[in-house]
Design a protein around this ligand. Structure first.
Ligand SMILES: [Fe+2]
Length: 215
């Protein structure tokens, strides 16, 4: 077994993804269901701006709150699919970043953070999908800031596919004032509104991603 594979398995096991019983993640708690039809209806996941808080060289990790920022625990997990919406993409690199419970990023800026001290970096990280195309992160629920809806930023890259930068949202804010005053991303297809559910104090959500194939 290659080291990288062993590490992925260890991290997946720590998150309960390899348990013999169904994983703790809800299977269909997305904004539209059933999930396969939803992916077909939405098509490839739409892009959105990376915004002013993307940094280069964020750390690898599935717990992206090693700094123990206070807030409600959150798990976000899903599967990366090819353009057909059916074929999982293994070894996709999935990176997320989001604000803390006060609406601040860590660091609260952009650029290359490779020379930052570890304690200055939080709520940012990347992982790699397993053989079934699955990823999972643990963190805390971000706050809204400025005129933005509550959101998570994403960057996904995978061999044979077009890179994707996008954002996901909380479905309970769809059609609300929080959406209307946010002009960042006006046409959000159903699949990017995530229906989080509380499970033993943790907000658990599923976000599946469909990548366009390289032309
Ligand atoms: Fe943001």
């Amino acid at each position: 077994m290659k080291i990288a594979r062993r590490r992925i398995l260890r991290e997946a096991g720590a998150l309960g993804m390899l348990a013999s019983v169904p994983p703790a993640w809800p299977q269909a708690a997305t904004a539209c269901s059933p999930a396969p039809q939803c992916r077909k209806d939405c098509g490839p996941t739409a892009s959105a701006t990376e915004g002013p808080f993307y940094v280069a060289n964020a750390p690898e990790g599935v717990d992206i709150n090693p700094g123990k920022a206070p807030g409600q625990p959150m798990r976000i997990a899903g599967t990366v699919y090819s353009e057909d919406g059916v074929t999982p993409v293994r070894r996709a690199r999935v990176e997320i970043w989001h604000a803390d419970a006060q609406g601040d990023y860590h660091p609260n800026g952009n650029g290359d953070i490779s020379r930052y001290r570890r304690g200055e970096i939080n709520l940012r990280g990347w992982t790699t999908t397993d053989d079934a195309g699955r990823y999972a992160f643990t963190s805390i629920v971000p706050a809204r800031y400025a005129n933005r809806r509550r959101h998570i930023h994403w960057k996904i890259t995978a061999a044979g596919h077009a890179p994707l930068t996008t954002q996901s949202y909380w479905i309970e804010e769809r059609g609300t004032e929080a959406e209307r005053r946010d002009f960042t991303d006006r046409r959000v297809e159903a699949c990017r509104w995530v229906a989080f559910q509380e499970q033993q104090g943790t907000m658990v959500g599923v976000f599946d991603i469909v990548l366009k194939n390289h032309a």
